[in-house]
Design a binder for this molecule. Structure first.
Ligand code: FAS
Ligand code: PHB
Length: 389
């Protein structure tokens, strides 16, 4: 088989890139290790930046997001028993959309099927070859046979555990990493949200986040130990701990119900540089990971895709290599700003093991200064809604 761009991974990054390339007449094939249902079963992000929403519109898959997504003008920060609103729209005239990654993935899968573009699911043992030559190739195993795809470029959209980043020699890649000493225990429950907007709570017992997927479905998180197992946490224990970390008004509105999804996610900051090696380009979690506190993971994947889609379009349509030569530097400039914001939000809102009462007081004072300063709230707002591309 031959194609112009071979995409590894059918998560948001791979599907969005594929859809944009297809709509601009650039042939591409996606290879995905799992089944489509498995990919849809992963519960991930919930907040969409305006830039990401614009890109989904450009890909022709934004209709349901606009119809069902919730436009949010701000968030609330809870600490020292009180809640404080950060009004993005008043501060900087922009907002975010609350719409689950699962739904974005579904919209992208349906858009790709409608466009007749090929996604090969359950592709096993994907391997990349001759990525530094002019004719890179991808091999995989499926239905008892080995297959090979010749292409011009490979887009490594296969996430943190994928094969693409690992196909770049250690002598070429530089890794930056911080692993946080805690995780997030999250549940999905069909009960109305605690509040109209997201509540990020700093508490001496640990961080909590009240988010949502719709007016009838809540997404709730509490910081947990890395030693915790999902089976250690009954719904009753989860709600009991969540209520200890929320203010009284939030507790009063919390409607407990049976969770239908419960998982623990570890938190890390990670960046691999460069995001290009020969004809291989990394995009999304394949190149970087952020702690979810800043709601940046999914949006950074879309950010990379925007740069890569424009670079490949320049190459094929305008015969210019400027975009692909500048891709890594352009993508990384925005990645690092999102890494900083996600690290800052995580450092400010979580209880670190071994931290003292003084450390807790410093966090509460930073939050008290933040909500008292127009400049500080504006800074948080412009990072949360997404910095310019
Ligand atoms: P993905 O990991 O989504 O997709 C990569 C795809 O490649 C997968 O489908 C995988 O099966 C496939 N693949 C892997 N190896 C392969 C191989 N060798 N061959 C073929 N295919 C292969 N972000 C937020 O903004 N907010 C959140 O609350 C949030 N929560 C998260 C919770 C968890 C548990 C995790 C892991 C991430 C979370 N994220 C969150 C971040 C998440 O949303 C990612 O940023 C987003 O999925 C990135 O999309 P992709 O880069 O497409 O990677
Ligand atoms: C979510 O709804 O899953 C969510 C929202 C905001 C975050 C992280 C997760 O910062």
């Amino acid at each position: 088989m031959r194609t112009q761009v071979a995409i590894i991974g059918a998560g948001p990054a791979g599907l969005l890139l594929g859809q944009l390339l297809t709509r601009h007449g650039i042939d591409n094939v996606i290879l995905e290790r799992q089944t489509g249902d498995y990919v849809l079963g992963r519960i991930r992000a919930g907040v969409v930046e305006q830039g990401t929403a614009d890109l989904l519109d450009e890909a022709g898959v934004g209709a349901r997001m606009h119809a069902e997504g919730l436009a949010h003008d701000g968030i609330e920060l809870a600490f020292a028993g009180e809640r404080h609103r950060i009004d993005f729209h008043t501060l900087i005239g922009r907002r975010v959309i609350v719409y689950g990654q699962t739904e974005i993935t579904r919209d992208l899968m349906e858009g790709r099927a409608a466009a007749g573009a090929q996604t090969i699911y359950e592709a096993e043992d994907v391997s990349l070859h001759d990525v530094t030559g002019d004719r890179p190739r991808v091999r995989y195993h499926k239905d008892g046979a080995d297959h090979e795809i010749e292409c011009d470029f490979i887009a490594g959209c296969d996430g943190y555990h994928g094969v693409s980043r690992k196909s770049i020699p250690d002598s070429v890649l530089k890794h930056y990493e911080r692993v946080y000493p805690f995780g997030w225990l999250g549940i999905l429950v069909d009960r109305p949200p605690v509040s109209d907007e997201l509540i990020y709570a700093n508490h001496e017992r640990g961080f909590a986040l009240c988010s949502m997927r719709s007016q009838t479905r809540s997404r709730l998180y509490i910081q947990c130990s890395l030693d915790d197992k999902v089976e250690d946490w009954s719904d009753a224990r989860f709600y009991e701990e969540l209520k200890r970390r929320l203010d009284s008004a939030a507790v009063a509105r919390l409607q407990e119900g049976p969770s239908f999804e419960k998982s623990i996610a570890p938190l890390r900051s990670f960046v691999a540089e460069p995001m290009r090696h020969g004809r291989l380009f990394l995009a999304g979690d394949a190149a970087h990971i952020v702690p979810p506190t800043g709601a940046k993971g999914l949006n950074l994947a879309a950010s990379d895709v925007r740069y890569l889609w424009q670079a490949l379009t320049d190459f094929y349509k305008r015969k210019s290599s400027a975009g692909i030569d500048g891709y890594s530097a352009a993508a990384l400039a925005r990645v690092w700003k999102a890494e900083r914001f996600s690290w800052w939000m995580t450092s400010m809102l979580h209880r670190f093991p071994g931290s003292s009462d003084f450390d807790q007081k410093m966090q509460e004072t930073e939050l008290a200064y933040l909500v008292s300063s127009q400049a500080a709230m504006t800074s948080l707002a412009e990072n949360y809604v997404g910095l310019p591309y």
